[in-house]
Each structure stands twice: as structure tokens, then as C-alpha cells.
Design a protein around this ligand. Structure first.
Ligand code: SAH
Ligand code: SF4
Length: 385
């Protein structure tokens, strides 16, 4: 565990505005174009630290290193699965808090180009307290800053690419990452910083990831959904519904007591009407609980008649979980019921099961263990498959 930084950490290059960076550079007598040069360098796929920005004079690189953090992530532990196509990291921050991110690569198939999805965390812990979720069980620790959110993406973009294999060369792909806020935390309980992180990810002077490639997943924070309509109308919305009756949803997603099913579905409809886009309804399938015919009928009522799409996810049981995932035959029956009711539905593939890729699980497993420091080469990777 790193020592607590009581003085507060140095500003991070991933979240600093160009203006204060330019002012710092100007005070050192540097020409005005340097700020652009530093920002561009820090977002290059082949630069793992200020020292790799060799188009800058060495004394400036050294001074930058003293004044700014290249990353807010101090150490990471990486596991790979699916032959290197899925990788998960636990990242340690300056105060010892740990969060998770996951990289999922989908190789090109036929005319489909390779896709890369990066799943990131928005908070250390989560206060929503869903009983099937490892993060929810651990409770809330603190909000992540915009830089701490962005640096999870930069972790996968920068060398040493954490032993994902020689073919993983993100050099030209930064604009083509898909980003999903489906790691630890409730993004709309940290909306200001998450929205700022989206703007940073979007910024053509940084990673330049299009808003349409970014998805915010929420347990149903209605005022946050309304803010997305106004402030980030091009970002995709996923709502973790998991149950379509208040009785069951009060238990599975406790924030339902504040914003019940009808209010959340209304907010989803407002979003789709105002943005013209489809909203995903996430639905974790729990054996014998939310996978009954009656729950299926309630889900049809909630999802029918507007631009929604149901995404069924077999539960990945947390250690000691009182629940298990719905068997495949039951999922197939549930899917049939939804289709017959006129609802668009898919079953999500479960990447990275063997590396505890679901929300918060790897973090729990590694609690108390020291993580390898950032920037050190491949050692952190532990292939599991
Ligand atoms: N807090 C937000 C985003 C992070 S959770 C939300 O709840 O939407 C991302 C997704 O992972 C959610 O749909 C969540 O319900 C799901 N999830 C959490 N624990 C899970 C588990 N044990 N198995 C399968 N999915 C899980
Ligand atoms: Fe929080 Fe999402 Fe986990 Fe629920 S599922 S506890 S909202 S991270």
C-alpha cells in the first residue's frame, strides 16, 4: 500500500486545462506551442512517461515530471483471459484506493473491423448497494476525479500494453475505442466529474473518442439522466433495470425506493425522444428471482412501445452469493417471451468470467496485496486461462 499523500497530489496531465499548463510553461520561458505539444505527447500510444516525449528538451521533461503526474494511477495489477482478448486491471490511486477497468478486444470478422471496448470505473466503491454486486457490497469510498477516470483508458492505450501480446498496438486506434461506464461506481452519483471526463475523452487534442462511442450505465438516477439529455445528448444511455416491478426492484436495486420503475422508464423514454436514440435496459438474470414469466410480462410492459433494447446478462455470482445465474434454457424461454411481446432483446456474452471481470470482484480478491508499480514492464500480467 502506498503512503497517504497528505500534501495532495500534483496535478495530472490527463485532467489539467491547457490554460494553466500554458501559464506554467510560459513562466519557464517556453514558447506558446509547447502546451499543445505536451498534451499531444501525453496522449500518444507509444509514450509511457514524460521521459518518452523526446521531442521536448530533456530539462523540460524533467521539470514536467516534478510538477505534474503523468498518470493518477500509481500501480496496476493486470490479469488476462480469452487468449489475451480480455484483460482486467486493478488500479491503485494516490491515497491507496483501488478501482477496476477491463479491456475487451473483438477481432475483425468478415467486413467488421476490430473493435475495442474499455470498461471503466466512476467511483471507488458505490453507495447504491445492489445485493448481487461486489462493489455494492463493499460500500462507497470516494468520488473519482476526471483524471482518475480518463487515466483508466490511458492505462490500456499506453505502453507497455500490459503483456496483451505483440498484436496489441493501439497506436492508431485511440479514436476508435468504445468506452462503457460499467466498472465500479454509479456514474450519475458523480455526474459533474464523469461529464468532465467524457469531455476530456472527447477532446480532439487528447484521445478524441466520439461521444457516440461512450456509454453511461446507471442504476436509475433520474435527475442525472435528465442532465445527460441536456449536457451530453450524444452519449449512449444504459439503464440497469434488473426487475420491472417495484417490489422486486426495491430489493435488487435499492435506489428504486427513490426513483421507482415508472420514473426510471419515463426518464429513459424522455432520453430516447429527445435524442432520437435507443436506450439499453440491462437485466441481470438471477435464477428463480427475476427470470419468471410474471417478471418477463412486467418487463414487456416497461420496454414495449419506445426505443428500448433489453440486454440480458447472466448473473456472475459473487463469492458467497445466495443467488446463481439463470440456466441457459430458462434464458431462452425468457427471450422468447420478450420477443413475442414485441421487445428487442439480446443476451450479452460473458467475457472474462475466469478473471472475475464483473464489477468489483477482482478488487475484493486482491484486497491487502501489494500491486506492481505503474510503468514497470510486463511482470504484472498473470494469464489465468
Ligand atoms: N452503477 C452502474 C454502472 C456500473 S455496474 C449500474 O449499476 O448500472 C455495471 C453493470 O454490471 C450493471 O448493469 C450491474 O448491474 C452489472 N453487475 C453488477 N454485478 C454483477 C454481477 N455479479 N453479475 C453480472 N452483472 C453484474
Ligand atoms: Fe453500484 Fe452498479 Fe454495483 Fe448497483 S450494480 S452497487 S449501482 S456499481
Amino acid at each position: 500500500m502506498t503512503e497517504l499523500n497528505l500534501a495532495g497530489p500534483r496535478p495530472a496531465i490527463s485532467e489539467i486545462d491547457p490554460a494553466p499548463l500554458a501559464a506554467w510553461l510560459a513562466a519557464r520561458g517556453e514558447p506558446p506551442y509547447r502546451a499543445t505539444q505536451v498534451l499531444a505527447g501525453a496522449h500518444r500510444a507509444d509514450a509511457g512517461g514524460f521521459d518518452d516525449l523526446t521531442d521536448l528538451p530533456a530539462p523540460l521533461r524533467h521539470a514536467l515530471d516534478g510538477a505534474f503526474r503523468y498518470s493518477t494511477i500509481e500501480a496496476s495489477h493486470v490479469l488476462t483471459a480469452d487468449n489475451g482478448l480480455t484483460a482486467k486491471a486493478v488500479h491503485q490511486l494516490h491515497d491507496g484506493q483501488r478501482v477496476e477497468s477491463v479491456l475487451m478486444r473483438y477481432p475483425s470478422r468478415g467486413r467488421m473491423a476490430e473493435r475495442t471496448t474499455i470498461c471503466i470505473s466512476s467511483q471507488a466503491g458505490c453507495a447504491v448497494n445492489c445485493p448481487f454486486c461486489a462493489t455494492g457490497q463493499a460500500g462507497f469510498a470516494r468520488q473519482l476525479t476526471p483524471g482518475e477516470i480518463v487515466d483508466q483508458v490511458l492505462h490500456w492505450h499506453r505502453p507497455p500494453w500490459h503483456a496483451l501480446g505483440q498484436e496489441w498496438r493501439p497506436r492508431d486506434r485511440r479514436a476508435s475505442y468504445n468506452i462503457v461506464f460499467m466498472g465500479m461506481g454509479e456514474p450519475l452519483n458523480n455526474a459533474d466529474r464523469v461529464f468532465e471526463a467524457v469531455r476530456l475523452l472527447n477532446d480532439p487534442a487528447r484521445l478524441g473518442i466520439g461521444a457516440r462511442r461512450i456509454t453511461v450505465s446507471t442504476s436509475g438516477v433520474v435527475p442525472g439522466i435528465d442532465r445527460m439529455i441536456e449536457e451530453l445528448p450524444q452519449v449512449n444511455l444504459a439503464i440497469s433495470l434488473h426487475a420491472a416491478t417495484d417490489e422486486l426492484r426495491d430489493e435488487l436495486v435499492p435506489i428504486n425506493r427513490k426513483w421507482p420503475v415508472a420514473a426510471v422508464v419515463d426518464a429513459g423514454q424522455r432520453f430516447s425522444e429527445r435524442t432520437g436514440r435507443r436506450v439499453s435496459l440491462e437485466y441481470v438474470m438471477i435464477d428463480g428471482l427475476n427470470d419468471t414469466d410474471a417478471q418477463g410480462a412486467a418487463l414487456v410492459d416497461a420496454a414495449r412501445g419506445w426505443r428500448s433494447h433489453v440486454n440480458l446478462i447472466p448473473l456472475n455470482p459473487t463469492p458467497g452469493s445466495r443467488w446463481s445465474g439463470t440456466p441457459a434454457a430458462r434464458i431462452a424461454r425468457f427471450v422468447e417471451g420478450l420477443r413475442a411481446g414485441g421487445v428487442s432483446v439480446t443476451v450479452r456474452d460473458t467475457r472474462g468470467r475466469e478473471i472475475e471481470a464483473a464489477c468489483g470482484q477482482l478488487h475484493a480478491q486482491l484486497a491487502g496485496r501489494e500491486l506492481p508499480r505503474a510503468g514497470r514492464p510486463a511482470a504484472p500480467s498473470v494469464p489465468v486461462a
